[in-house]
Design a protein around this ligand. Structure first.
Ligand SMILES: [Zn+2]
Length: 203
């Protein structure tokens, strides 16, 4: 279900990546040899390594360490407002947003930072928001086998604000509901109430 990483044996070298950036700079109408652009190809290659580091991460492996001594805790676990940065696969433009991830555990729980890491592992790839949402939910569902998983993502797509239709201030909301969150409207309502509750304190 996760997107197969590119065949690394065919992966271009850093020099080839930098050459490609020089081509784009020339295509934009500038001169890659002028002083200000001299180090730009190397910087862009480094930035790409950071933007797309998710291909190197196995999201499922992040969830393999679980805890079962939870004193019978059987209510919703919700991690709200996980900020993420991704890139749209159509324009390579940033997608900046927040994810809310919830699950209803079946005995096993996972360290909460791991949920945020799963979000990042998929966000740091070329994405469309619908797939990002589904991938996060499906991975948690497959690995933790909880009673249900809910993932809600709100984000702004720079390809819509800085080009094309030029509509700033528009946010896109997607959700994937699995198990009890899909089947049971009471559980879904409880989740929405938790999501809408103001933060109890400034942390
Ligand atoms: Zn786009």
């Amino acid at each position: 279900m996760s997107v197969p990483p590119s065949d690394t044996s065919k992966r271009p070298t850093q020099a080839e990546a930098e050459q490609a950036v020089r081509t784009l700079l020339r295509w934009a109408g500038d001169n890659p040899d002028r002083e200000g652009l001299h180090d730009t190809p190397a910087r862009v290659a480094r930035a790409y390594t950071e933007f797309f580091c998710g291909y190197e991460i196995d999201p499922a492996a992040l969830l393999r360490r679980t805890f079962s001594e939870v004193e019978g805790y059987d209510e919703i676990v919700l991690l709200r407002d996980i900020r993420f940065e991704s890139h749209c696969e159509h324009h390579l433009a940033p997608i900046i947003g927040r994810a809310h991830v919830a699950y209803l555990p079946r005995q096993r729980v996972v360290g909460i930072s791991k949920l945020a890491r799963v979000v990042d592992a998929y966000a740091k790839r070329l994405q469309i928001q619908e797939r990002l949402t589904a991938q996060i939910a499906n991975t948690i569902n497959d690995e933790l086998e909880p009673h249900g998983v809910a993932v809600i993502i709100e984000s702004s797509h720079e390809c819509m604000t800085t080009r094309g239709v030029h509509k700033p201030g528009v946010s896109m909301v997607t959700s994937t509901m699995l198990g009890v969150f899909r089947e049971n409207s009471d559980t879904r309502r409880e989740l929405m109430a938790m999501l809408n509750r103001p933060a109890a304190c400034e942390f």
